[in-house]
Write a protein that binds this ligand. Structure first.
Ligand SMILES: Cc1ncc(COP(=O)(O)O)c(C=O)c1O
Length: 433
């Protein structure tokens, strides 16, 4: 008998041991390890609107659409659902219509690549943009770990553009671009979540959006706009336009996720990559070539389910999400009022007040580590996300992210009571920390 192989970690890609890659699994698994804790950790959509019966109906609605709207015969309908399919996806026309209806974005469906979640779209874009040794991507930081981790897998350095307490300042982006260039690096794109960002909850105002587009043109970079939360505004009224809706020079690669607006189990997202390539074709076609070697095509069954959901709601995700939007509004309101009631008189404790989305960031006068998180889970029965998973600056080290999307208001109230006990305990232990 031969002895079993023992691989050396040093012989595997270095990114596999990178903290960014460890973060995603840690954050996904921690709630599972403490099932009795109230978890403000995951940015999951509410389950209050899920119903298994919906899946059957969505599939039927999509199959009917293929037969009646597209005129496909029975053989073709079966093939569309059961077979390998078009690499760029099959619900691209429905997505283009949805972007027009909900966002005022006019885009050729050929410029859309339907991906396995937004995560694959981010990876494909970074893959395509890294051409030279000195290429880097800029990211508004603290940044979503999925971006940082994907960049690490591709050996693409991430250079941070720090978000201040009130969000991104365009002059900080300009300074960073110039510093990066002075160091001999080539910035290819700025990654950002302009609406109700993960993790910070911040949104960009209209003037900042317009200025970023100007800077992108002047400095010849792309903007990689990630928009999973844009529909979840807390108040009535007009949403601000996405960067892509304002983009007249194809400076924006827009990444959408249907994880929060349909359901994450489908694993469907997309990239709008309408940039022309000199010599012919679109960036979307280049992404498609890369995709053909990664996931081949996004599951047609998953695409049929989200396609059916869109069709059932007149093609609009805003309409499809009316109930979910009401849940998120209720929860964010409950969380912000609950923080106010418990913490407004506490020294050194503060938080931001996002105008929508899933996340609020709380600053405390002591370090927020993974050890503190484990202790909070074991002794206080509450979970959150230490912001140090998203940024290595001094401010993030004393911050925690609370996500309220997935809880009931009773759970939010009890979770905040537990968090309050934890914070009070630490303030007593180190009152001047
Ligand atoms: C900012 C951001 N981008 C991308 C994603 C990934 O989305 P998907 O589940 O579609 O891959 C998430 C998921 O939480 C996210 O918060």
């Amino acid at each position: 008998m031969t002895s079993p192989v023992l691989l050396d970690r040093a012989d595997l890609h270095a990114s596999l041991a990178d903290p960014a890659l460890l973060s995603m699994n840690f954050l996904n698994e921690v709630a599972g390890r403490y099932p009795r804790a109230i978890s403000f950790a995951p940015g999951r959509p509410t389950e209050e609107t899920f119903d298994v019966a919906d899946l059957h109906r969505y599939l039927d609605a999509y199959a009917r659409h293929l037969a009646e709207d597209k005129g496909y015969d029975e053989v073709r309908v079966r093939r569309e659902l059961f077979q390998y399919g078009r690499t760029k996806g099959v619900v691209h026309e429905l997505i283009a219509r949805q972007l027009q209806l909900d966002e005022g974005i006019t885009v050729d469906p050929e410029a859309i690549v339907v991906t396995v979640g937004a995560q694959e779209a981010l990876w494909l874009v970074l893959r395509a943009l890294k051409a030279a040794e000195n290429d880097v991507v800029l990211a508004v930081t603290p940044a979503y770990v999925g971006l940082t981790g994907a960049a690490r897998l591709l050996d693409l350095p991430v250079r941070s553009v720090p978000e201040g307490p009130h969000g991104l300042r365009p002059e900080d982006l300009l300074d960073r671009i110039r510093a990066v260039r002075a160091a001999g690096e080539r910035p290819r794109a700025l990654y950002l979540v302009p609406d109700f960002s993960n993790p910070s909850g911040h949104s960009l105002d209209l003037a900042t959006r317009r200025r970023l587009l100007e800077i992108a043109a002047e400095e010849d970079i792309l903007l990689l706009e990630d928009n999973p939360y844009g529909y979840f505004r807390a108040a009535d009224g007009e949403r601000l336009p996405t960067l892509k809706a304002l983009d007249t020079g194809q400076r924006v690669v827009h990444v959408g996720s249907l994880a929060k607006t349909c359901f994450p189990g489908a694993r469907v997202g997309f990239a709008v990559a309408d940039q022309q390539i000199a010599g012919g074709g679109l960036l979307a076609d280049e992404l498609s070539r890369a995709k053909s070697m990664v996931t081949v095509n996004t599951s047609p069954i998953s695409q049929a389910l989200v396609g059916g959901m869109l069709l059932e709601h007149g093609g609009s995700l805003l309409r499809a999400n009316e109930r979910a939007i009401a849940v998120y509004r209720r929860n964010l309101d409950c969380l912000l009022k609950g923080l106010e009631r418990r913490f407004s008189a506490l020294p050194g404790v503060s938080w931001n007040t996002p105008s929508g989305g899933f996340f609020v960031v709380v600053t405390v006068p002591f370090p927020v580590t993974d050890a503190l998180l484990e202790d909070a889970a074991v002794r206080h029965g509450v979970l959150f996300t230490p912001m140090r998973h998203f940024g290595d600056d001094a401010r993030s080290a004393r911050q925690l992210r609370l996500s309220c999307s997935y809880l009931t208001t009773d759970q939010i109230e009890s979770g905040l009571d537990r968090l309050s006990d934890l914070i009070a305990e630490h303030l007593r232990a180190a009152p001047d920390a």
